[in-house]
Write a protein that binds this ligand. Structure first.
Ligand SMILES: Nc1ncnc2c1ncn2[C@@H]1O[C@H](COP(=O)(O)OP(=O)(O)OP(=O)(O)O)[C@@H](O)[C@H]1O
Length: 341
């Protein structure tokens, strides 16, 4: 289990002020953040741009020292014993970092495998397996500078899995990938957690990806933890409302007027419209009122033609949180980060 305790990162940007009273200009990127990444689960780290996700991942991955707080990885203090931690972790980031353009795909994997001190015959086998998993066998001997963006990203994924990490950090891993490869990566990530018991920490701007993969998410806002829980609970926290729409045939002015009154009597604030004998009811609210609406428009000579129910999206929730009108104050995660959504 990875346990982050009161993690804080302050960047010093430079000195400001008159020469006789110069002060450091600082940027607090992460503030008093506590959370857990257990094995066998995909944990999400969410927040709008600049919320502190990448800074947090870098501290977990031994790439940045925290200003305050600590990270324990299976009991090992990451800042104090980075050399013990590195073989147990890996990072897959979006973009084109951490691969060498002049080397071929196979040579890149060989080089990084050496850095991980993986025994030669095991490394050879794993390199071939991973080249196949990410669909780069045919391009294995081509210099990476000739790869497309998607191919480079696939090589990053292979590099990230080379040491069979116990914990994997994925920072926007599907950025720039085409749909089939992104889907394959999601499947692989799920297998890593569920079948192989690996702990995964994922950041992504694709909310459907987060909803599909993550069991538990932490939401950051300006470096602070503001909510945590399953994606479903985060959506509920921000008071997101679903829109239910039902369309049926066999209606006229008089009957749709009665329908309006019936819905009011049922306590529903419904938007009822009529066009060419088709009535459409729209209701916005937290509850799923589909069965009530379907029953209300059904009857002899009438047919339900369409039923739509739009869930509030996780994206709406994150934006609402960033704008400060999502999470009621009492529900904001306490500093210590143990408040559940
Ligand atoms: N090396 C640095 N020096 C100074 N400020 C930094 C540095 N790295 C990050 N920051 C600042 O810290 C804040 C958090 O940045 P970070 O990259 O962690 O956010 P993020 O949530 O990953 O954003 P994004 O979704 O855009 O990747 C931002 O305001 C950023 O400008």
């Amino acid at each position: 289990m990875i346990v982050a305790e009161h993690l804080t990162k302050v960047f010093r940007l430079g000195r400001k002020g008159p020469p006789w009273r110069r002060e450091w200009e600082e940027k607090q990127a992460v503030n008093d953040l506590s959370f857990e990444v257990p094995p066998g689960r995909i944990t999400g780290l969410l927040g709008v741009n600049g919320a502190g996700k990448t800074t947090t991942i870098k501290m977990l991955a031994t790439l940045l020292l925290p200003t305050r707080g600590r990270v324990l990885l299976d009991g090992i203090d990451v800042a104090r014993e980075p050399a013990r931690v590195r073989p147990l972790i890996n990072l897959i980031a979006g973009g084109e970092r951490a691969i060498y353009g002049r080397l071929t795909g196979r040579e890149n994997l060989w080089y990084f495998g050496q850095l991980y001190d993986i025994e030669s015959s095991l490394l050879r086998r794993r390199t071939e397996e991973l080249l196949e998993v990410v669909g780069l066998q045919d391009a294995a001997d081509t210099p990476v500078e000739k790869y497309s963006k998607g191919m480079k990203q696939r090589l990053q994924i292979a590099r990230g899995l080379l040491n069979d990490p116990r914990y994997l950090f994925m920072d926007e891993p599907t950025l720039g990938l085409d749909a089939p490869i992104a889907r394959q990566l999601r499947r692989m990530t799920r297998d890593l957690a569920q079948e192989h018991g690996r702990g995964v920490l994922l950041t992504s701007h694709y909310m459907f990806e987060v909803e599909e993969l993550c069991d538990h998410v932490y939401v950051l806002d300006r470096g602070e933890l503001v909510a945590e829980g399953p994606p479903q609970a985060i959506k509920a926290l921000t008071g997101g409302e679903r829109v239910t729409r039902v369309t049926a045939s066999g209606w006229d002015e008089a009957s749709s007027g009665k329908l309006r009154s019936l819905l009011t009597d049922l306590g529903l604030q419904a938007d009822v419209s009529l066009a060419d004998g088709l009535v459409t009811i729209g209701v916005r609210g937290k509850e799923d009122v589909t069965p009530i609406l379907v029953e209300a428009v059904s009857g002899p000579g009438r047919r339900v033609l369409r039923v739509e129910s739009e869930e509030p999206s996780l994206e709406d929730a994150i934006v609402a949180i960033a704008e400060g009108n999502g999470v009621p104050h009492g529900n904001r995660a306490s500093k210590g980060g143990t408040t559940s959504a």
